[in-house]
Design a protein around this ligand. Sequence first.
Ligand SMILES: Cc1ncc(COP(=O)(O)O)c(C=O)c1O
Length: 398
Amino acid sequence: MTETHADQQRTNDPVRSPDRFLVFGKPTIEQDEIREVVASMESGWLGTGPKVHQFENDFAAQAGVPNAVAVSSCTAALHLSMLAAGLEPGDEVITTPMTFCASVNAILHAGLTPKLVDVDRRTGCIDAAQLEAAVGPRTRAVLPVHYAGRACDMDALLAVKERHGLAMIEDCAHAIETTYKGRRAGTFGDFGCFSFYATKNITTGEGGMVIAQSEEQLARIKVLALHGMSKDAWKRYSDEGYKHYQCVELGFKYNMMDIQAAIGLHQLPRVVRWWERRQEIWQRYDAAFADTPLETPAPPEPDTIHAYHLYTLLVDEAACGISRDQFLTAMTRENIGVGVHYLSIPEHPYYQERFGWRPEDTPAAMEIGRRTLSLPLSPGLSDADVDDVIAAVKKVLG
Ligand SMILES: Cc1ncc(COP(=O)(O)O)c(C=O)c1O
């Protein structure tokens, strides 16, 4: 049978039409948050106010901790945590090369010295045995990242922390739902830092949250997040009458606005429902790609809850007949948005030039970074969207 022109057209047609481009990490916004944002704007209180306060309380209740402090981003949360930990310039903080640049930049903004320790090749999380070996005389803290929503090996990391008296700042940007042996990510370390960036599991547009073991350190973060002004300075224009504020230390402009919290207040109660939907999509991807040469994510470790934030495939060029970068381009041509989480930190020129880091020094992260590709995983994806992603992957594989 000869191939007709129509067949040819069909084969070359993208899985989705360009006007239906599937945006990677599209936030799910419902009417409740739209109404709440409008209400904030109509109330005239746009900045840090009662909605931020409510969002902090709701977040803390959901996390099972007494208090939480909302800030402008997870980057700000990480930065302020390191300041509140009392770390001194020149102190070394060990982190992972398999993360967003913000984790390392926050260490630098706090005047500290970052050191990288490689990840476990299957999990993408920092390797505790290599961490133990890397602790040196200047090491004061460890900053693990629950990569893609997978819990790090917390027993092993806590053992290193305790043995060497290190502070721990958990980067929970992907991990709002993550638990390890029944305990929530962010409650193991001295600080847990969360992100509400637009692509995260819940969003406030931009935003972050800190929880901490020490109420004193958490209170200091609150002060540092708003210019170093004394507690409750945000109430200074309230109807309780003008209140003087005092600057008690040098702070930052890292506060969250009520407009942002208005979104978060309605996203927070949907955490479980959206997690369940992402789990379904994850399982459909796992089943669909089981018989392909793609390497699918490792199953979640027993006695943990994976947050299913990122579905990361690994492309082996020899087995797939296509490189990772060609795969990215081909998926985009099919009108499916994709991501890379992440090129390992030492791939970036800034860190190479400043620290002499080379990708080869952390080979597992280098390999993941050069082979990985993330597929859309938003809870707002319809079953038909998921079918399209699967069809596009299969078409690209040929
Ligand atoms: C692992 C990780 N850490 C930190 C951040 C920084 O978060 P934010 O954009 O809220 O500052 C991100 C954001 O993408 C991230 O993925």
